[in-house]
Design a protein around this ligand. Structure first.
Ligand code: PLP
Length: 402
């Protein structure tokens, strides 16, 4: 076999292993509930759009230009007006291959090695790994029940200013923060904007969970509260409809969006998915999301009960306000990396804190996705995790259903 080793550069990534299928109890990643994919409605949409628009597939971007399918952009702009107080011109929306591509485009546009970025100290692992790969300096801001700690942010912005430095942008997930499940209140959004304005920094608002709030009203987006154009925004259909579709969107005022669009050199994101969503969403998005949220809320209750029952005081958490994840702080004596390894050997997959957080507490924190596993799997998987934890660390001392 040809040996590529001498052709690789020193910074080559480690090879991807062969896919071995999902573990029995899968609490990792951001997958959604298979039973909630609106299969029939999507099938009907697929049928309709192939009949009506199939021949448009002959043209890159369906003939609608580099921003992607106009009718889907129109839906997104209208939905954001109603759901998030953010009417958005379709010409300020770029359709991308999942919001991960939006992250890449923003990074390519704004970041170079050695730059400084600010983010919540616990945040989406895909963002941390991207920043690390780009070799930028990360400043982590503490996260509390109201999201990013703005006093801490102000301290850090002031410290940078004193050193004559500036951050390229502040990345935030203000609505159903990943992993903590918190929501930044409207007045904090206004304070964040005031700070960003005082220290002259752009904000990148990642809002991909914002449609998945259980009980409270969705606050206005940070972007909608701003009139300066400093807020870049992204969203996704991954969490509301299906992650495998790979349809997300990047929103910004044209001076920035036109730059970011230049970095999208893939000749357009999947057109069939865009067509299907453009047909499905105006008819069914609202009712689908309402149903999905009820279902996810029930599963959230199930995982909270399972944690209480099996871990007792060994596991502390704030009940998520929506979404698909719960962020759990275990007893300090529990080495989460070891627990993650031992659990994986026994078919329980969890995300270890350090992948999701730069904070010192990450060493004994974990993120569990309750969106994907079925209710019975949540109960059994959490019980098994508690047993593995007890076996290796002596905690929880007692498991109540034993
Ligand atoms: C905060 C956040 N942003 C972006 C993404 C990427 O999602 P996608 O590329 O599927 O839209 C995720 C996925 O879990 C996420 O949690």
């Amino acid at each position: 076999m040809f040996d590529f080793d001498s052709f690789y550069h020193d910074d080559i990534k480690t090879a991807t292993g062969h896919w071995k299928g999902f573990p029995e109890y899968n609490f990792i990643g951001g997958h959604n509930d298979a039973s909630m994919v609106p299969v029939d409605a999507l099938r009907a949409s697929a049928d309709r759009v192939m009949t009506e628009h199939g021949q448009r597939l002959a043209t890159y971007n369906l003939g609608d230009g580099p921003l992607g399918l106009r009718s889907l952009r129109e839906f997104i702009g209208g939905a954001l007006a109603v759901r998030a107080d953010m009417p958005t011109d379709p010409d300020n929306i770029l359709l991308v291959s999942g919001s991960l591509q939006a992250l890449d485009l923003v990074n390519e546009t704004l970041l170079r090695s050695g730059d400084i970025v600010i983010m919540e100290e616990s945040t989406y692992g895909g963002v941390i790994s991207r920043f690390q790969h780009l070799d930028v300096d990360i400043i982590g801001i503490r996260v509390g029940a109201a999201g990013m700690d703005l006093a801490h942010l102000e301290e850090q912005l002031e410290a940078l200013k004193a050193q004559g430095k500036r951050a390229r942008y502040i990345y935030t997930i203000p609505t159903i923060h990943n992993p903590t499940g918190t929501i930044m209140p409207t007045e904090n959004r206004q304070r964040l904007l005031a700070l960003a304005s005082r220290y002259n920094v752009p904000i990148f608002e990642d809002d991909c969970y914002a449609d998945l709030i259980f009980d409270e009203a969705r606050p206005p987006t940070i972007r909608s509260l701003d009139d300066s154009g400093r807020v870049i925004y992204c969203g996704s259909f991954s969490k509301t409809v299906a992650p495998a579709l790979r349809v997300g969107y990047l929103i910004a005022d044209w001076p920035f969006l036109s730059r970011a669009t230049s970095y999208k050199t893939d000749a357009g994101s999947g057109a069939l998915e865009q067509l299907i969503l453009a047909d499905f969403c105006p008819k069914s998005f609202d009712t689908h999301v309402e149903k999905l949220n009820k279902h996810l809320q029930t599963k959230c209750d199930v995982i909270c009960e399972a944690l209480d029952k099996n871990f007792g005081t060994t596991a502390q958490y704030h009940r998520p306000k929506g979404g698909i994840f719960i962020w759990v702080t275990l007893d300090k004596s529990i080495d989460i990396l070891k627990l993650t390894d031992e659990a994986a050997k026994q078919g329980v997959a969890i995300n270890a804190g350090p992948e999701w957080s730069l904070g010192a507490e990450a060493a004994y924190q974990m993120r569990l996705c309750f969106g994907y596993p079925e209710e019975a799997e949540i109960k059994q998987g959490v019980a098994k995790l508690a047993e593995i934890c007890q076996h290796h660390f002596g905690l929880p001392k007692q498991i109540s259903n034993k």
